[in-house]
Design a protein around this ligand. Sequence first.
Ligand SMILES: [Zn+2]
Length: 384
Amino acid sequence: MTYDLILRGGRVIDPSQKLDAMTDVAFAAGKVARLGTGLQGDAKTDVRDVSGRIVTPGLIDLHTHVYWGGTSLGIDAEDFCRRSGVTTCIDTGSAGPGNFAGFRKHVIERSAVRILAYLHVSFAGIYAFSPRIMVGESEEIRLMAPIDAAEVANANRDVIVGIKVRVGARASGRSGTVPLDVALQVAEEVGLPVMAHIDEPPPSYEEVLARLRPGDVLTHAFRPFPNSPATAQGTVKRAVIEARQRGVLFDIGHGKGSFAFKTARAMLANGFRPDTISSDVHALCINGPAFDQVTTMSKFLCLGVPLNDVIAASTVNAAFAVKRPELGSLKPGSVGDATILSVNEGRFDFVDVVGEHLTGDRRIASEGVVIAGRWWHPQPHPAA
Ligand SMILES: [Zn+2]
């Protein structure tokens, strides 16, 4: 077999196959072709020495906003992926059924990186999110578009992985949980999961969780008070434990206002880890406090979550949430995406959304990105 690319000499950490070993990874025809030591290419094979580095399945950021230009909160997906080692951005509700076509044509189809999307149930998605203009798209009930959302979701099954809704005092105002109920009806109709955003009450964390079904995702799960999953005494709220037992997934979605070290410490002290670690990167948090995916992952590493589990939360677990098992894995036959990471030691300053600082001893950095079996960053692959 002829390989397009061989990553040679790295430490491969792939939680999807419980693998943590020094081995080469070979790619062919856009997919992972083979794992093993001493893999040999031919004259056309791009061989990259990644010794001293960690090779993981291509990182999946389960919560991003990459409808650049079409929405005020959107950032450039390719720039973001270069800096953070992400190969798959899951956009969460930037677009609704009224403007999804533009997102697909102008961004998703033009990007070198993989973009999948949760479609917002509100007609124009998150349309008014900027430093001076902030209008909750779930507040006006006339914007709820269940019929259009079902039509658009069904017409774009190749890239739409679920239905997004934002509820909370800021996002849904007096409409409370009603937008979530509409989103759940759409999700039920098209057979996809919901991702629910939560901010300040009302509704309460418990009210939102009570509505979610197995496989649905609660994002902003480790919020600060109010609507924190931890009690004032530092235990995990009963409703949170029950929802996990029922199969509800808990996503970080760091963002500008949705992740606190205090909450994370309480949850982790009780053995409650997030299912997925995501940045919720958007225009108002990309320059801090979220920055990017590797920074968000580093925070969990410094809070004591083992590296392999941090990687699982950004690869196989995220692939599970979006029901795309061909992603987030280096099993032969999987999509040929990989990320090359380093873990640097030193003293690093991290900050959360309430301004608490944490001095960490390690920091994960992106050293390279492979997309569809080709080296994509930092050095352009020579023209074939
Ligand atoms: Zn978001």
